[in-house]
Design a binder for this molecule. Structure first.
Ligand SMILES: Cc1cc2nc3c(=O)[nH]c(=O)nc-3n(C[C@H](O)[C@H](O)[C@H](O)COP(=O)(O)OP(=O)(O)OC[C@H]3O[C@@H](n4cnc5c(N)ncnc54)[C@H](O)[C@@H]3O)c2cc1C
Length: 245
């Protein structure tokens, strides 16, 4: 067997940020086949029958050869389908990755709850060297003051949202009162292993915003690595250590 059996991962949920999470809903190869993700990649490269292996040593060597030489299409044979709850500030960036397939919860259909808003643990300071990044944290007193103000702002927005709903305004319009970047949304998101590696390389990097970096890191540590241990080893060796590739 090339790696851990995939069935232990389907249904697994990992907490992220204050109220978010990532859950693996399904994956390809299906756990029912008993074929690991790494072996599915190797099999695709050999265009052979599912489950056929030339032994762990040759299989692993072939997988490393594929990734090292950018022979990427076999990695598209492994797919991950997640359910993810994340604030819109995270989705705003995630949705830029066009190779993912998404389906989002409808704020026109389901009303939002009072605690559906992201409250950060710490307020990061503006980075001096990078206009797009943050660096360090504000002092504890300022931190608490900003968090209190944020919670007041959320309460005010949510009260107005409820007031509008009670006045008969549609959900699609009442939500204009909600703080847009902070509201949590649940999406179903599907991607293959090749394009997931591209996403992870960009979004686990230190210059990615923290609110997406923690999701990317959780996907890598909790799902990608256990599902595809050989691929992860090759990925760290050939892609993450050589960012230009
Ligand atoms: C740190 C950081 C800062 C960013 N800042 C900004 C910003 O300020 N403003 C902004 O608008 N965006 C910003 N982005 C988003 C960035 O510009 C990309 O849109 C995003 O990273 C998706 O990259 P991608 O094209 O590699 O991914 P995907 O869309 O997943 O595509 C993967 C690969 O598929 C191929 N591909 C997909 N679609 C096409 C297509 N239509 N035509 C040709 N090839 C295609 C390309 O090879 C592409 O690299 C930022 C991203 C990062 C990581």
């Amino acid at each position: 067997m090339a790696s851990n059996p995939p069935e232990v991962l389907v249904g697994k949920r990992v907490e992220v940020l204050d109220k978010g999470w990532i859950e693996l809903v399904d994956m390809l190869p299906s756990p029912a086949t008993g074929v690991s993700g790494d072996l599915a990649i190797v099999n695709a490269a050999r265009v052979s029958f599912m489950g056929e292996s030339k032994g762990p040593e040759k299989d692993k060597k072939l997988l490393f050869y594929l990734l090292r030489n950018h022979h990427t299409s076999p990695f598209e044979m492994v797919e991950f389908k997640f359910r993810v709850r994340a604030p819109l500030v995270t989705w705003w960036q995630w949705a830029r990755h066009r190779t993912w397939n998404f389906n989002a919860q409808s704020g026109r259909y389901s009303p939002f709850e009072e605690n559906d808003f992201y409250v950060p643990d710490v307020w990061r300071k503006q980075a001096a060297s990078n206009k797009q990044a943050s660096d360090g944290e504000v002092d504890p007193a300022t931190n608490d003051d900003l968090t209190n103000k944020l919670n007041e702002f959320y309460k005010k927005g949510y009260d107005l949202y409820e007031e509008a709903l009670k006045a008969g305004v549609s959900k699609e319009m009442a939500r204009l009162f909600l703080p847009g970047f902070s509201v949590y949304y649940t999406w179903v998101a599907k991607v293959d292993a090749h394009n997931l590696m591209q996403f992870l390389r960009l979004r686990m990097a230190p210059d990615a915003q923290y609110e997406i970096r923690v999701y990317a890191q959780a996907i890598y540590d909790e799902f990608f690595k256990p599902a595809l241990p050989w691929t992860a080893e090759a990925y760290e060796e050939y892609i993450l250590k050589s960012p230009s590739k």
